[in-house]
Design a protein around this ligand. Structure first.
Ligand SMILES: Nc1ncnc2c1ncn2[C@@H]1O[C@H](COP(=O)(O)OP(=O)(O)OP(=O)(O)O)[C@@H](O)[C@H]1O
Length: 266
């Protein structure tokens, strides 16, 4: 549904992505994982059309993303950036309503019946219904993250690109929100998530792309990417890996001697 071919990005003297291919299908949750600075956010920004690549192309089905107008693009994909914010002192329900702007002329002042339904549904799916009348600036970090997810979900775009959507959430809300995003995929959505928590990636993603140093180290079904050799090489740490219990467990154990930026290692 969304496909990127040969993506490179140059930012000043740095090249955060070099020749990366990526694709994600409808009906699946696709995770992007990798160490800090490996290019995950940059790739998501390219997929969202907010970071032009210096080489390569992004396609939505057969349409070149760069040929779509911003509003056409916004109807096709919703993008939830990392550390997003809202400039005005809106209530959470109004923040969610902003997600309707690509589809509706005045979703805050004159919401249509369709807007109301989509906003209520998005608030529920982002676990925000009880926050709906709270002013956004008053919320905690995790509550703000959920409100911004509600805004993205309210678009009801077929593709959702979310950068670390659960990083600020408590464990119960992490599971709740990722279950909700899985349900988006089950309903036919194409969900792409940047995740740091590999246990959650193992549990909720169908496929993964593993980035290291701006290149694609591996891509494929989740279990095929979360192997000890690939993870050790990418992250420079050992992992305790148990996929036999009720939920997969994948936690770092100890930095490996050859790990970069590990001055204490032999
Ligand atoms: N505007 C910029 N100018 C120069 N370098 C940049 C810019 N934005 C990002 N970079 C660099 O590009 C590289 C990739 O950054 P990116 O944010 O994509 O990494 P990431 O994998 O999402 O990292 P993290 O896990 O820390 O969020 C980093 O080395 C970063 O310093």
């Amino acid at each position: 549904m969304i496909r990127a071919v040969g993506i490179s990005v140059a930012l000043g003297a740095r090249q955060p992505l070099r020749g990366v291919d990526f694709d994600a299908e409808a009906g699946q949750v696709t995770g992007i994982i990798g160490p800090n600075g490996s290019g995950k956010t940059t790739l998501l920004r390219v997929l969202a059309g907010v970071q032009p690549p210096s080489a390569g192309q992004v396609f939505l089905e057969e349409t070149l993303l760069s040929t779509l107008s911003p509003s056409a693009r916004a109807r096709r994909l919703a993008y939830l950036p990392q550390n997003g914010t809202v400039a005005w002192p809106l209530r959470v329900r109004e923040v969610a309503a902003l997600g309707r702007l690509p589809l509706s002329p005045a979703p805050l002042d004159r919401p249509t019946a369709e807007d109301r339904t989509a906003i209520a549904r998005a608030l529920d799916r982002a676990a925000c219904t009880s926050l709906a009348d709270r002013p956004f600036p008053d919320l905690s970090g995790g509550e703000k993250a959920r409100a911004l997810l509600a805004r993205a979900l309210a678009t009801e775009a077929p593709i959702l690109l979310a950068d670390e959507p659960v990083a600020a959430l408590d464990p119960a809300h992490q599971v709740k929100i990722l279950t909700s995003l899985r349900a988006e995929a089950t309903r036919g959505g194409c969900v792409v998530l940047v995740l740091h928590d590999l246990s959650l990636a193992a549990r909720f993603c169908d496929r993964l792309a593993l980035l290291t140093d701006g290149t694609l180290a591996a891509a494929g079904p989740t279990a095929a990417v979360l192997t000890a050799p690939l993870l050790e090489a990418a992250f420079g740490t050992g992992f305790h890996r148990d996929f036999t219990g009720p939920v997969p467990v994948l936690v770092p154990t100890h930095a490996l001697p050859y790990a970069k930026e590990n001055p204490d290692a032999g």
